[in-house]
Design a protein around this ligand. Structure first.
Ligand SMILES: Cc1cc2nc3c(=O)[nH]c(=O)nc-3n(C[C@H](O)[C@H](O)[C@H](O)COP(=O)(O)OP(=O)(O)OC[C@H]3O[C@@H](n4cnc5c(N)ncnc54)[C@H](O)[C@@H]3O)c2cc1C
Length: 487
């Protein structure tokens, strides 16, 4: 079967490489000049910066990235992190340790008053994750759309799952209240962790997905040499080695049903006809490619999802002199009142990572969540530039917290507001990270990879299970499985 994949991010490249390996004839169309989308990179002179995603998960033996890479006979150079990140709250720094026991001891030291409640809370979250593990390992696909989706769930079902069924629609707030942890600094601590992974804070997050988010670093967290773009490159390499086509600079502008399949048209009017389309871009972007009856069918199926709001991001790319980075953790989360979401994430290159720079400097990617309604007038240059300036100052403040010896000296300080995300990743309005994983929007309420249109699939972080390179890869795998791939 001839398959056209729109989007060369992690979701699209996963579906593409796996489908090609299983004998299909695949072409990937990527609008930009880089692979990886939100997990891509860009270069400025002698420096390389990860654009968005920086912290790797799923590379441990048996982890999702590991499974897919092994299947494709590919590797990505990673270093496991014992200390995943340092979280600087206002009055204390908490080290997120990969080892559960050490992490518990750290929590007990840093939150001595609530130590017992925190221990009980974390144990409940980790227990629930362990209960769900067989379903994740079988790559459960929700909401159920086919008998195959149901069979996967049946295979992964264990009798002890019945006990956690009442938590299916429970907000984490309830669990925190039961452990008397509402309104504590610990709640603020997990707020930041959950916002980065579930796109919503501790109050509104789904309990079950929070149990996954609060367990995932203990499965394995990794620094990727150069950056997470290496994952995209490995997938793209596998695709080409198996005879597939991977095309950069091919911005698809319309997808039309024709008598012998789907016709894809790119910005320059070049046409291609394929049997099956995999749209690995946000649902909103897919809806804009379709027209007529197909657009109506698609919009009807995903109408609830298309109405959901998403965060934007403001990123800052900075180079720092080596001496201010010595002894600083590679990953830091910084709390500051200057940021509406409350915190920013700072990722620094390792001192010996020559792929990032050969100079005695580090490249640092900083990102924070932004409410896109604040940027609504961004098409007016003056408004955009003013916002960009304000947010740059806010993130510079965050860098100063993460690197206290930094005097402000930097060869590069480059802002990346929502406009830059539209330009380089084509995310509609600069919205990133998929939908907030609240009980009303996650799991059975998430978007299915299977559309109501024949031979048109969707994947990516707006589709179940959601954001992160693991989430994007999972949805790509669901599509690959529907195309006959077994892993
Ligand atoms: C600032 C930030 C930090 C993050 N940090 C982490 C992290 O540390 N760890 C982690 O695991 N995840 C992280 N994530 C999340 C993760 O990067 C994303 O969820 C994931 O990479 C999304 O992959 P995707 O394939 O769904 O979409 P995308 O990455 O958006 O890829 C879609 C691709 O499609 C292309 N495209 C769009 N429209 C068209 C078109 N019409 N024609 C052709 N091509 C098109 C785009 O150019 C893009 O390359 C972060 C995200 C952001 C924004």
């Amino acid at each position: 079967m001839r398959i056209g994949v729109i989007g060369g991010g992690i979701a699209g490249l996963t579906a593409a490489a796996l489908a090609q390996r299983s004998g299909h004839e695949v072409i990937v169309y990527e609008a930009s000049r880089e692979w990886g989308g939100c997990a891509g990179k860009f270069e400025r002179g002698e420096y390389l910066f990860p654009a968005g995603a920086t912290l790797g998960m799923g590379f441990e033996q048996g982890g999702l990235h590991d499974r897919v890479l092994r299947h494709l006979e590919e590797t990505v150079p990673v270093r496991p992190l014992q200390e995943v990140m340092a979280v600087h709250l206002f009055d204390r720094t908490v080290v997120y340790d990969q080892d559960r026991d050490r992490f518990l001891r750290e929590l007990e030291t840093k939150f001595p008053i609530e130590a017992n409640q925190i221990r009980a809370f974390m144990k409940e979250m980790w227990r629930d994750f362990e209960t769900l593990r067989p379903l994740f390992e079988r790559l459960l696909a929700l909401p159920f759309r086919t008998l195959q989706d149901v069979l996967v769930a049946v295979e992964g079902f264990r009798p002890n799952m019945v006990a956690i069924a009442p938590k299916l629609y429970r907000p984490l707030q309830k669990t925190l209240a039961r452990h008397h942890l509402n309104g504590t600094v610990f709640e603020q601590f997990i707020d930041g962790i959950l916002l980065d992974s579930l796109q919503t804070g501790a109050k509104d997050a789904s309990h079950l997905l929070a149990s996954v988010a609060l367990s995932i670093y203990h499965e394995g967290a990794f620094y990727v040499e150069g950056g997470l773009y290496q994952l995209a490159h490995a997938l793209e390499r596998a695709l080409r080695r198996d005879g597939g086509k991977a095309l950069l600079g091919r911005h698809i502008t319309s997808v039309k049903r024709v008598s012998d399949g789907w016709m894809l048209t790119d910005r320059r009017g070049r046409l291609d006809i394929v049997d099956t389309v995999v749209s690995a871009i946000p649902l909103e972007a897919t809806s804009q490619l379709l027209d007529g009856h197909d657009a109506e069918t698609f919009t009807r199926q995903y109408r609830r999802h298309l109405r959901r709001s998403q965060w934007g991001t403001f990123s800052l790319y900075v180079t720092l002199p080596e001496h201010v980075c010595l002894d600083r953790p590679l990953f830091q989360q910084v709390y500051t009142k200057h940021l509406p979401s409350g915190h920013a994430f700072l990722s620094m290159s390792a001192g010996d990572d020559m792929l990032r720079t050969e100079k005695p400097e580090r490249t640092v990617t900083v990102s924070t969540h932004v409410d896109l309604s604040e940027w609504i007038d961004w098409k007016q240059r003056v408004v955009y530039e003013k916002l960009e300036h304000e947010w740059t100052e806010r993130l510079i403040e965050a860098v100063r917290i993460g690197f206290p010896d930094w005097t402000g000296q930097a060869n590069i300080v480059l802002p990346g507001g929502p406009g830059a995300w539209v330009k380089y990743t084509k995310r509609p309005n600069g919205a990133v990270g998929g939908y907030a994983q609240t009980p009303g929007q996650a799991l059975f309420h998430a978007a299915s990879y299977r559309t109501d249109l024949p031979h048109l699939f969707v994947c990516g972080d707006t589709v179940f299970p959601g954001a992160g390179t693991i989430g994007a890869m999972t949805s790509g795998l669901h599509v690959a499985r529907a195309l006959g791939v077994t892993l």
